[in-house]
Design a protein around this ligand. Structure first.
Ligand code: GDP
Ligand code: IMO
Ligand code: MG
Length: 431
């Protein structure tokens, strides 16, 4: 068997959690391959709303095995809180969760460093979620990090102490007064105590060489879905650098983040919103910093799942989508939040950019420094409720025309359309 992949094609928050939850029953294993608690994946059913940060979005299906792969960075306190939060809903993550021993650990001092680095950047700040993502991946690359399997080592506390000391020295060197930084509202020492308790609690979870587990599962005919976090335009290599996250959110990250070969990659599903949003700083060519943007935010309830920040909103950006489809080798597209555009009489789509008078249909290297001028085409809105539609053929003509424009531009089929946050709001021809 092969590993199917579902990943975001924009700046994150495309609705990955919702769609993964919906298609999970078709898979034996759901595996996160990168990122960490900077992710916020929302799943709504039975009148409830759950936001997952580290747990894969198959967790609500008891027969699904959920894997946190080696490419993910894990904060023990955040994951233990997340697991405890699901218990009242009858979900015992201990039963169907496996964490890679190779996944790196986010220490309290990584979060401290994240806050210091953002503070000294001033206007150039990334708008990080402040979950310690950049410092923990920095340590991983510098070969000085702690991994999940290390919590069982006799030398854990010694290694922890050394790394923390190094972090505190670095924090001091920034010149920022780090001693007053609060982490999730707590002074460093108090947060660290809770974190240490969580490390002890975490020992009851299942840790494995998940790369072996997944490859054996594939050999024995099990189906696996890799769940991306963030989006391709936040990828460390191909996103709008430096306004990116610190992991490989693109399809290549599945191989390194789960330990599967490129030959094992099956269908790649690319998920995108019918418009664009971005949370945090950085270039956003089709951003509408006006009433249209406010209207999109209101209709789409565009507030960050992890930080609650208002998301920046704008029209669909086809050059950016096309670029993401190319980098990921997307096979099929999934469009979400089609319902959000229901109230717009006119909808715009960006079909090309100009930079220094030169027309282009891809994201240029220096997007962060030199802005581009987007060209738009206008389409009529669909002005109807999509909520009860169950087949693509039943979509209003204007929605079908919008889909045609996208499919013709990127030369890929849209095989699923999401029309609301709930499990029932889905039109699919696959899985
Ligand atoms: P993720 O990070 O990609 O999992 O996405 P988020 O959960 O951060 O943000 C997507 C938001 O849109 C969540 O609040 C979802 O409940 C919601 N959502 C997902 N799909 C749809 C949809 O088709 N229509 C509407 N209106 N909301 C959706
Ligand atoms: P999901 O999985 C949207 C953004 C942050 C910031 C930049 C770097 O829910 O789609 P980091 O905390 O990684 O140092 O932040 O990336 N960002 C996200 N934006 N969705 C996410 O995840 C994000 N994870 C990080 O806002 O601009
Ligand atoms: Mg999100």
């Amino acid at each position: 068997m092969k590993v199917d992949v579902i990943l975001g094609l924009q700046w994150g928050d495309e609705g990955k959690g919702k769609v993964v939850d919906v298609i999970s029953p078709g898979y034996d294993i759901i595996a996160r391959f990168q990122g960490g608690p900077n992710a916020g994946h929302t799943i709504e059913f039975d009148g409830g709303r759950h936001i997952l940060h580290l747990l894969p979005s198959g967790i609500f299906h008891k027969n699904t095995t959920n894997i946190i792969g080696n490419g993910v960075v894990v904060d023990p306190l955040i994951i233990m809180k997340e697991i405890a939060g699901l218990l009242p809903f009858g979900i015992s993550a201990e039963q169907n969760l496996i964490i890679s021993k190779r996944a790196h650990l986010i220490l309290p001092s990584h979060r401290l460093l994240d806050a210091c680095f953002e503070a000294i950047k001033g206007n150039l700040k990334i708008g990080s979620t402040l979950k310690g993502i950049s410092p923990v991946y920095t340590d991983k690359a510098a070969r000085s990090g702690l991994r999940a399997g290390d919590i069982f080592s006799e030398r854990f506390f010694q290694k922890y102490g050394q790394l923390k000391q190094a972090h505190l020295l670095t924090a001091q060197s920034t010149g920022h007064d780090y001693r007053h930084i609060l982490i999730d509202g707590l002074p460093f020492g108090e947060y660290e105590e809770k974190w240490m308790d969580a490390v002890q609690q975490m020992k009851k979870l299942r840790f494995e060489e998940t790369e072996v587990f997944i490859n054996e599962a594939l050999r024995s005919g099990k189906t696996v879905l890799a769940e991306g976090a963030q989006g391709s335009l936040l990828d460390l290599e191909f996103g709008s650098y430096p306004f990116v996250t610190s992991s490989n959110t693109v399809c290549g990250g599945v191989c390194t983040g789960l330990g599967v070969s490129p030959h094992s990659i099956g269908t790649v599903y690319g998920i995108f919103k019918a418009y664009c949003t971005r949370v945090g700083s950085g270039p956003f060519p089709t951003e509408q910093s006006n009433e249209l943007g406010d209207e999109l935010r209101k209709s789409g309830n565009e507030y960050g799942s992890t930080t609650g920040r208002a998301r920046r909103c704008g029209w669909l950006d086809l050059p950016a989508l096309n670029y993401a489809v190319m980098i990921n080798g997307v096979d099929e597209l999934i469009m979400t939040k089609a319902d959000v555009l229901s109230n717009f009489a006119e909808i715009q789509i960006c079909t090309s950019y100009a930079q220094d008078g030169k027309e282009m249909n891809y994201l240029p290297f220096d997007l962060g420094e030199k802005s581009v001028v987007p060209s738009y085409k206008k389409y009529s809105g669909w002005n109807s409720d999509l909520g009860s539609i169950t087949a693509l053929s039943e979509l209003p003509a204007a929605t079908a025309a919008y889909i045609d424009v996208i499919e013709n531009y990127v030369q890929k089929k849209i095989s699923m359309v999401s029309t609301g946050p709930g499990r029932e709001h889905i039109i699919k021809t696959i899985v």
